[in-house]
Design a protein around this ligand. Structure first.
Ligand code: C2E
Ligand code: MG
Ligand code: MG
Ligand code: MG
Length: 285
């Protein structure tokens, strides 16, 4: 009997694994067509300067408008795109579209803001990355000072010298670089000072319990202090409550991003915020 049940269990798990694998393959297959079939969209989340309460930039966040599944979030498909190498083509589309959108806002007479684009490891390793970035800027006639690339700690720590070289190239073009999800990876503090980084992003896992967790308060304070010691700006992501905002303001954080101000939204909503800067929700400290 026990043997029988064990066998059934195995079959059950095998079936589940097959289903998961089929699901993954179906998504990958669909993703192959997503760029050509115009199924990718960018939403934009405002970044707010705490001193002025103004939106000084946005982060472009990718969504996949799947014909049957509806909106698929990046946590589900970016890893598949990474694994299959499709991220290079998808990332190029993101870069071009983000730069063109920044140009559209400027053409509409809105105050220029910085545009942040997430870059994943395979994209960063692409030997043509610098050329692709330059082409996207040229196509949009966008000044490089308005573009920022977000990379993660783990990405730059894989091969520190290679990362420094590539980042220096981007820096020479006047492109800003920031470290996303800071605190969740394994940064060598010695290496950190060698990178041409303009800002650290405090990961939202440290922001979530900021009102109650003294550990997270200590970590947030340490990252703010580290950033300033290294002459960088510091931004907190995932700010949802006024208590979190107040803690960050009191402790000298420069900038914030999170649902308290705005979720990621379509381009027209950003245009409306830039046109009526005083009405950004949650910005008043
Ligand atoms: P990320 O770059 O760390 O982006 C922040 C994530 O936090 C976004 O999730 C954003 O919607 C979410 N978020 C913003 N404010 C809040 C808040 O107040 N509370 C909470 N709980 N979440 C908040 P999203 O859009 O699902 O993106 C997830 C990740 O997918 C991103 O993390 C980034 O690593 C990746 N990603 C998104 N777009 C792209 C892209 O164009 N290229 C690449 N390579 N990766 C991307
Ligand atoms: Mg990011
Ligand atoms: Mg992040
Ligand atoms: Mg993240």
């Amino acid at each position: 009997r026990a043997k029988e049940m064990g066998k059934n269990n195995c079959q059950f798990y095998a079936q589940e694994m097959n289903a998961a694998l089929e699901e993954k393959l179906a998504l990958m297959e669909g993703l192959r067509r997503a760029v050509d079939d115009n199924q990718l969209r960018l939403l934009y989340q405002p970044k707010v300067d705490l001193a002025s309460g103004q939106v000084f930039g946005v982060e472009a966040l990718l969504r996949w408008q799947h014909p049957e599944r509806g909106t698929v979030r990046p946590d589900l498909f970016i890893p598949l795109a990474e694994e299959s190498g499709m991220i290079v083509a998808i990332g190029e589309w993101v870069l071009r579209e983000a730069c063109l959108q920044a140009r559209r806002w400027q053409d509409a007479g809105l105050p220029p803001i910085s545009m942040s684009v997430n870059v994943s490891p395979r994209q960063f390793d692409d030997p043509h990355l610098v050329r692709r970035v330059a082409a996207a800027l040229a196509e949009a006639a966008l000044d490089a000072q308005w573009l920022e690339l977000e990379v993660t700690e783990s990405l730059i720590m894989r091969d520190v010298q290679q990362a420094i070289d590539k980042m220096r190239e981007l820096e020479t073009m006047s492109i800003a670089l920031s470290i996303d999800d800071f605190g969740t990876g394994y940064s060598s503090l010695a290496a950190l000072k060698s990178f041409p980084i303009s800002r650290l992003k405090i990961d939202k896992s440290f922001v979530r319990d900021l009102a109650h967790s003294t550990d997270d308060q200590a970590i947030a304070r340490a990252i703010i202090s580290l950033s300033h010691q290294l002459q960088m700006r510091v931004i907190a992501e995932g700010v949802e409550t006024e208590q979190q905002r107040d803690f960050l303001v009191e402790n000298g954080c420069d900038e914030m991003q999170g649902y308290l101000f705005s979720k990621p939204v379509p381009p027209d909503d950003i245009a409306a915020m830039l046109a009526r800067p005083s009405e950004v929700a949650g910005a008043g400290a």
